[in-house]
Design a protein around this ligand. Sequence first.
Ligand code: ATP
Length: 319
Amino acid sequence: RELVVSFGEMLIDFVPTVAGVSLAEAPAFVKAPGGAPANVAIAVARLGGAAAFVGKLGDDEFGRMLAGILRDNGVDAGGVVFDSGARTALAFVTLRADGEREFMFYRNPSADMLLTADELKVDVIKRAAVFHYGSISLIAEPCRTAHLHAMKVAKEAGALLSYDPNLREALWPSLEEARTKILSIWDQADIVKVSEVELEFLTGINSVEDDVAMKLWRPTFKLMLITLGDQGCKYYTKDFRGAVPSYKVQQVDTTGAGDAFIGSLLRKIVQDPSALQDKTKLEGAIKFANACGAITATKKGAIPSLPKEDEVLRLMEKA
Ligand code: ATP
């Protein structure tokens, strides 16, 4: 059983055709399919792994296009349902000249937010070795209840639960609610991944020292990861911990780097779950995941940048 099932949103980012402009200044936009959970499923499939996506899309041109992208990339789209009354989510995203990312979301509500527990394709979820999710699906009902139910089904079927909150502040009614709801399912995960920014958001402390990271640790966790961009990541298990540097690359656009990282790590874990108890094996898997994140950061966009295994191995051999 090696299937990674990823749950949540898939949407289209509209990104400016030129770099370093505000949304208002952008002369034109191109479509960039994304949504972190969908990116993770494609990251797994791109490496030759079994992956499925569970979520809801609008029964519109964009929704059908996104389902086609999943299938074209070898992801099982049997868990996708379509809403005839709501549109596929859109987001306008830009990286401004000042380095700040600017988001404008069209979700009022979008189809992904309207997934109900009854609509869940539980047969897909029950086949998961790992069930992966974020926090955007926790923001609004009925999707929140569907998300919680999906986690329960996955856990009861024996899957490991993997959580990457992927904080998007603008989507929450308030930062306090974001923090509370993101942490409301914290204890249920087996594997948790947060970025430096999310670590600070959740702990209120701007530091990646172990004592700060440990505030997010739970005794039931099997693995916790703090990603550090070009610095690689830190990891924690019950019995051992460490830091694994990344590979030196020419950074162009980090969109999807975190998704490539966690997707590739989950791929390694389902292939050999004993890596969770073995420091050498785990660090080997994390090195591979760092290389996947690094490669994704060298190209524009998320999905087109996700690497195949041979590309990853070449970067690792070169280093
Ligand atoms: P995202 O930016 O997708 O929301 P994130 O903040 O979790 O995700 P990053 O920390 O940017 O992700 O990247 C994830 C991993 O990818 C890092 O831990 C690192 O291994 C690798 N990575 C990202 N950017 C670079 C880079 N410029 N050079 C080398 N490795 C990188």
